[in-house]
Design a protein around this ligand. Structure first.
Ligand SMILES: Cc1c2[nH]c(c1CCC(=O)O)Cc1[nH]c(c(CCC(=O)O)c1C)Cc1[nH]c(c(CCC(=O)O)c1C)Cc1[nH]c(c(C)c1CCC(=O)O)C2
Length: 354
């Protein structure tokens, strides 16, 4: 294993592992991205997947928000859609539109095209990016690795891009339940191995993004969501029991107790969920992450500070990782992200003083 520089700020990791701390750690989903002019400058010269697949560029972009703000964690610059690419599907990133699959899965017969033969070759640049970024970070903050959850990736693979209802993907669950399980199982197996190798390459914590969990409802999610998220965390923990795993099942409050029971160390909540309600439903003092509405960052600085204060009060001082309830938007003002981060520092220290 590579000889990485010693970690100087372990606040995020201590909270993720369940320890009490002197301040609430903070990071932001999509903290690297288009709202930062320095990111736009890199993207002006390099297509999205070139940045992802070039370790020096991925490291540069991962570090941009760390250089700008007093964040407590970095998240590797990559995308959840590298897994569909690793399974043989072409994915293009169309500027202004988002991801596009020229040949999405249409019927179960298309599962023949889904193969992991090239997976190691396709994913190696992500591992190299993690190792390089971990060195470049020089121990300033821990490095988070991530993957998309099986259901969310299945939704993109069938729909072929973004969609409001993902009805083609949801139609599969009803019309082709066996093929759906086959695809979800293929995804979960690869994702488990992928996350283990991310840790081997330098990731110090992991987050699984199930961005479209909320489309399924309690019953379908119990059948097609939870079992695969459970098998992923079980596989990862067998290899790396001490690496914190965070689950983000967006829009699915009904999934949170099951994800806690499945073995996730922390649950990332979106802004529609109440931390008090979720906590009351789970009998351990599990770590919660979140959950300021990203659109709250459009408010004036003093309003952002007030909203951060309310958020911190709702979660309580311990077992909380401050974050947004979803990712940064491209038209966010970077200074407002700074106000959010500084407010978490200030108020979470004051909370402990009283
Ligand atoms: C659903 C999803 C995707 N990707 C991701 C998710 C799960 C989280 C979520 O729900 O937002 C995860 C992701 N994507 C990206 C990261 C990087 C790390 C970070 O800073 O958080 C992470 C963690 C970079 C990115 N991934 C993408 C961008 C913007 C692309 C660009 O530079 O043109 C970035 C910075 C592209 C992407 N990739 C994806 C979409 C829908 C888009 C288009 C979004 C848009 O246009 O706003 C798929």
């Amino acid at each position: 294993m590579a000889n990485f520089p010693p970690l100087q700020n372990d606040l995020f990791l201590r909270v993720a592992r369940g320890d009490a701390t002197e301040r609430t750690p903070v990071w932001m989903m999509r903290q690297a991205g288009r709202y930062l002019p320095e990111y736009q400058a890199v993207r002006a010269d390099h297509p999205f997947f070139e940045v992802v697949n070039t370790p020096e560029l991925a490291a540069e972009v991962t570090l941009q928000p760390i250089d700008r703000f007093p964040l407590d964690a970095a998240i590797i610059f990559s995308d959840i859609l590298v897994i569909p690419q690793a399974l043989g599907l072409e994915v293009q990133m169309v500027s202004g539109k988002g991801p596009h699959f020229p040949n999405p899965l249409d019927t179960p017969a298309d599962l023949e095209r889904v193969t992991d033969q090239e997976a190691n070759a396709v994913l190696q640049p992500v591992y190299d990016a993690l190792t390089h970024t971990r060195h470049e970070l020089n121990g300033r903050v821990p490095l988070i690795g991530f993957a998309g959850a099986p259901w969310t990736l299945m939704a993109y693979m069938i729909e072929g891009g973004g969609s409001k209802s993902y009805r083609n993907a949801r139609r599969w669950l009803y019309q082709h339940p066996e093929s759906s399980h086959e695809l979800l199982n293929t995804l979960a197996t690869l994702i488990g191995q992928y996350l283990i190798k991310q840790v081997d390459a330098g990731a110090q914590a992991l987050q699984v993004f199930d961005s479209w969990a909320g489309l399924l409802g309690p019953s379908l999610y119990r059948t097609f969501g939870i079992p695969y998220l459970e098998s992923i965390v079980r596989t990862v923990k067998e290899a790396h029991p001490d690496v914190p795993c965070i689950a983000f099942a967006k829009g699915a409050p009904y999934a949170q107790p099951a994800l806690a029971a499945a073995g996730y160390d922390a649950l990332s909540l979106d802004w529609t969920m109440s931390p008090e309600t979720i906590r009351a439903e789970i009998d351990t003092d599990i770590v919660l992450q979140g959950n300021l509405d990203p659109c709250a960052l459009y408010s004036a600085p003093d309003d952002i500070r007030r909203q951060v204060q309310h958020m911190l009060a709702a979660f309580g001082p311990q077992h909380h990782i401050a974050n947004l309830g979803h990712g940064m938007h491209p038209d966010h003002d970077p200074d407002h992200a700074g106000v959010f981060i500084e407010a978490v520092h200030a108020f979470s220290e004051t909370m402990r003083a009283v």
